[in-house]
Design a protein around this ligand. Structure first.
Ligand code: PMP
Length: 396
């Protein structure tokens, strides 16, 4: 038999159970609240078509040529402009266009983590960030959350216990998977603690622009006084994920390292996608498009919350997201979430069992629901089915 000399780390990676789950939930007859997909009917196909044509007519040859690692300057200028409206004053020199913000997670692992290094993160946290960091064999220290996001008293304990931790990973707005948002005073405290304990913060903020309840909060980066917050965001949730366009905003000393490592990874992000997106923003109003997305997601979120009230057992706790894509539902201890998931699949409805979102052992019995990708009609039908399974399980 052929001997495959994989690295130690690659040998330790097995096929993720969650990936297998998500494959099953992609079957068309299943009502899936499992993925984190935007609503495809909202993609601005006609506008993107017009932008493609304009790019090809005006600069077809350059758009199809290799380009610089940092990214297309007019796109970085447009991103800097957007960032200013979100509360971060920056310039194109502090921005690097990424192949999705997911690439920023991988590059952060590559830049900061040696085997056994500590990553401090929210508990639970984004599954694909866990997997991206895992490639560099760190140790995860999880910080408990409540409805106001990561708890700062617990964070301070984690920082005291792990003085050499490499970075704090946080998703402050409408977190994946909980849908929770970090309170304003905690954002300030987070930066204060990072300054005090001399540690970098990785702020992963793909959802901040999709708030449909309450007032916008400034990103954590807004409070950065020492250039220690690395900010990641993306066009995936406000435009089109298939274009694979994200960005990182950081101080030059940090950004230069990302540029060097990105160059070794993929030379640069798709030039055509970058130019098409910049052209779209020139020809059309991206903000108007985002307003449309918010309207649809607000209605779907309302519908899903109504269904929780109507169909789920009353003793279940759940988050009440003010934006983003997800609701987190907590289960009583006696319910086995994997069995619940299997029964729901038999009834052709799916979610993601919560244990996938804990880098160490699962600390909370829960599951994640996505509302962005299903019509209101399907939300009602799917939630009825989950509700029936939950009620049956609790009566046993
Ligand atoms: N971070 C978080 C918290 C996410 O939920 C996602 C996408 N689901 C990403 C990063 C990656 O997004 P993308 O690579 O499409 O920009």
């Amino acid at each position: 038999m052929m001997k495959l000399n994989f690295s130690e780390c690659a040998r330790s990676v097995s096929n993720s159970a969650t990936r297998e789950i998500l494959k099953v939930t992609e079957q068309p007859e299943i009502i899936s609240f499992a993925g984190g997909l935007p609503a495809p009917e909202l993609f601005p196909v006609a506008g993107i078509k017009a932008a493609c044509e304009a790019v090809l007519d005006e600069a077809g040859e350059q758009a199809l040529q290799y380009s610089t690692t940092e990214g297309y300057l007019p796109l970085r200028e447009a991103i800097a402009e957007r960032m200013r409206t979100l509360g971060i004053v920056t310039t194109p020199e502090h921005l690097l266009v990424l192949t999705g913000s997911q690439q920023g997670l991988d590059l952060t692992g590559k830049l900061f983590l040696d085997k056994g290094d500590v990553v401090i993160c929210e508990s639970p946290t984004y599954l694909a960030a866990i997997n991206a960091f895992k490639a560099y064999s760190p140790r995860f220290v999880e910080v408990p959350m409540d409805d106001g996001g990561m708890r700062m008293d617990e964070l301070e304990l984690a920082l005291q216990a792990n003085p050499n931790a490499k970075f704090i990973y946080t998703i402050p707005d409408f977190q994946n998977p909980t849908g929770r948002t970090m309170k304003l005073e905690r954002r300030k405290k987070l930066v204060e603690l990072a300054n005090q304990y001399n540690i970098v913060i990785l702020e992963d903020n793909p959802y901040g622009a999709i708030r449909f309840v309450g007032k916008d909060l400034p990103p954590v980066k807004h409070f950065d006084t020492e250039g220690r917050v690395i900010y990641l965001s993306t066009f995936s949730k406000i435009f089109a994920p298939g274009l694979r366009l994200g960005w990182i905003c950081a101080d030059e000393s940090i950004l230069n390292k990302y540029v060097a490592f990105k160059q070794a990874t993929d030379l640069h992000t798709d030039s055509f996608a970058q130019r098409v997106t910049a052209k779209y923003m020139e020809l059309f109003d991206l903000e108007e498009h985002i307003q449309k997305i918010k309207g649809v997601y607000r209605a779907r979120r309302e519908k899903m919350m109504e269904c929780i009230d109507a169909f789920f057992p009353k003793q279940l706790k759940h988050s009440a997201p003010e934006g983003g894509l997800f609701i987190w539902v907590e289960l009583p201890e006696e319910i086995n979430v994997q069995n619940l998931f299997k029964k729901c699949l038999d009834n052709k409805v799916a979610f993601v069992p919560g244990d996938s979102f804990f880098p160490n052992d699962a600390k909370i019995n829960a599951f994640r629901l996505n509302y962005s990708n299903m019509s209101e009609e399907k939300i009602v039908e799917g939630m009825k089915r989950i509700g029936n399974v939950l009620n049956e399980t609790l009566m046993l």
